[in-house]
Design a protein around this ligand. Structure first.
Ligand SMILES: CC(=O)SCCNC(=O)CCNC(=O)[C@H](O)C(C)(C)COP(=O)(O)OP(=O)(O)OC[C@H]1O[C@@H](n2cnc3c(N)ncnc32)[C@H](O)[C@@H]1OP(=O)(O)O
Length: 152
């Protein structure tokens, strides 16, 4: 990553990392669904340590779980200092991507084949994040309803 991507402190902008995370997630979802996809939500994005100017940054994305048209994609970001070879885990993110048909409507994607205990753990944790997200939405809806506020 170069100086054009950096902020005044000399670190790479979080927004630059987020854009590339989104692109990496999209590619994993397209590969799985064999269709075009859109980002429906970013369920989590963590910034563990900064990415420095000159770091070689790698984005690894994989589909963790599949529902009907939506998929959770996990992205792991690592930054390597090419002078020392030191590799740091800098970011993790979970995004929900939705597959679209030729008319732009959500369309079903193939089931996910889990082949290892790690795959099963990732799928289980993705189900947990989805349950938490939906439960939070319901809790906010109920709270607003109790106060007579609109839920957009
Ligand atoms: C790669 C990019 O950067 S694309 C640019 C950024 N993204 C966009 O512009 C997307 C804009 N949003 C949209 O087009 C729509 O809201 C869509 C396609 C995501 C969903 O459309 P909807 O009319 O709500 O479709 P619908 O209610 O049938 O839901 C389709 C699926 O999306 C899921 N979904 C919808 N909204 C969300 C959300 N906010 N978070 C997570 N999942 C969602 C639903 O759970 C459903 O999943 P399922 O089929 O696996 O059960």
């Amino acid at each position: 990553m170069g100086v054009g991507d950096a902020n005044a402190a000399g670190f790479i902008h979080g927004g630059t990392i987020m854009k590339l995370v989104d692109e990496a997630a999209g590619l994993a979802a397209i590969r799985h669904g064999h269709s075009r996809v859109v980002t429906a939500g970013v369920d989590r994005m963590t910034f563990l340590v900064p990415v420095n100017i000159g770091d070689l940054v790698t984005f690894r994305s994989r589909v963790n779980a599949v529902w009907r048209s939506s998929m959770e994609v996990g992205v792991r970001v690592e930054a390597e200092n090419p002078r020392t070879g030191e590799i740091r885990h800098t970011n993790s993110a979970y995004l929900t991507m939705v597959a679209l048909d030729a008319d732009g409507r959500p369309t079903a994607v193939p089931p996910l084949e889990t082949t290892s205990p790690d795959d099963e753990r990732r799928e289980r944790e993705a189900q947990l994040r989805r349950r938490n997200r939906l439960a939070e939405r319901e809790a906010v809806r109920a709270d607003r309803a109790a106060k007579g506020e609109d839920y957009g």
